[in-house]
Design a protein around this ligand. Structure first.
Ligand code: ADP
Length: 270
């Protein structure tokens, strides 16, 4: 097709162009395969809550005279609808993040402000399980980032720490600065993750225990979203864990170069 024609014309321009185009074509094929895979997984995942919602609404209709049964089914219907809504939200978020032309709307962002906000968004679920969130000392460092995205990324990690930990435990959130790299760690006293699972948990829809994930309102996309957020920002996310000894998830972001900011300010002065 069209791509072959372009390929032949470019051949006249030299080896470098041939290589570039050949690479480009494999990249397109790969992206397409990944996309098809994603669509297949999404369809499968959507079937569970959609099927449940349709069955439950039928059951409510059938049980019209039994007030207690209607109430019970309605409660389950609400849970399934919430699950579906969370799933759709995460699917939209992830497809946005893994698009080919992702542009980061970067601003100078205080990492301490991001951590506070991410903790604030989890206080209700922590309180519901009597889990204490302990924040480390403020770091006073800045990163160049989309504040809303990295807050959501950290919020997801804290949310997981709370969901997978037993009641009454502590979740720690601490920031450090090492060689111009800002790191934020989320540590829990949960069940931990085996080495084999650690290699796969960042994949879409991968869950160590599917029943547990669903039960706690998980979509199986949280860590995949986290990974995309931080790699899009030129950073990464890693996990340290031993079974029975809890887990620590660490994200890294390049520190914003304050001297560059200072230079610019000086130049702007009259
Ligand atoms: P989910 O919605 O299932 O939580 P995630 O992508 O956030 O999906 O996580 C993938 C899987 O990794 C989870 O199903 C769970 O098995 C495991 N996991 C994530 N965070 C933790 C944690 N803090 N402690 C133990 N297991 C975890």
């Amino acid at each position: 097709g069209a791509s072959i024609v372009v390929f032949v014309r470019a051949a006249a321009l030299g080896d470098e162009f041939i290589l570039l185009l050949a690479d480009d074509r494999t990249e397109v094929t790969r992206t397409e395969a990944v996309r098809n895979d994603f669509v297949a997984n999404v369809s499968h995942e959507l079937k569970t809550p959609v099927g449940a919602i349709s069955l439950l609404s039928e059951a409510i209709d059938d049980a019209a005279d039994d007030e207690e049964a209607v109430r019970r089914f309605a409660k389950r219907l609400f849970i399934e609808a919430k699950r579906l809504s969370a799933l759709v939200q995460d699917i939209i978020e992830l497809s946005r993040l893994q698009g080919t032309n992702v542009v980061i709307k970067g601003q100078r962002v205080s990492i301490d402000a991001v951590i506070s906000e991410a903790i604030d968004r989890n206080t209700m679920s922590a309180e519901a399980k009597s889990i204490t969130i302990r924040a480390g000392r403020p770091l006073g460092a800045y990163v160049h980032a989309d504040a809303e995205q990295i807050t959501m990324g950290l919020r997801n990690l804290i949310d997981n720490a709370i969901r997978y930990s037993p009641a009454g435990t502590t979740v720690g959130v601490g920031a450090r600065l090492v060689d111009g790299v800002v790191t934020v760690s989320v540590t829990d006293q949960g069940p931990g993750i085996s080495p084999e699972d650690q290699e796969r948990i960042f994949e879409r829809f991968y869950r160590v225990d599917a029943a547990r994930s669903r039960q706690t309102g998980g979509t199986g996309l949280g860590l995949s979203i986290v990974k995309h957020v931080f790699t899009n920002h030129g950073g990464d996310v890693t996990v340290w864990s031993h079974e029975g000894q809890g887990s620590t998830f660490t994200v890294r972001l390049p520190q914003m170069d304050e001297s560059a900011v200072a230079d610019e300010n000086e130049r702007e002065m009259p």
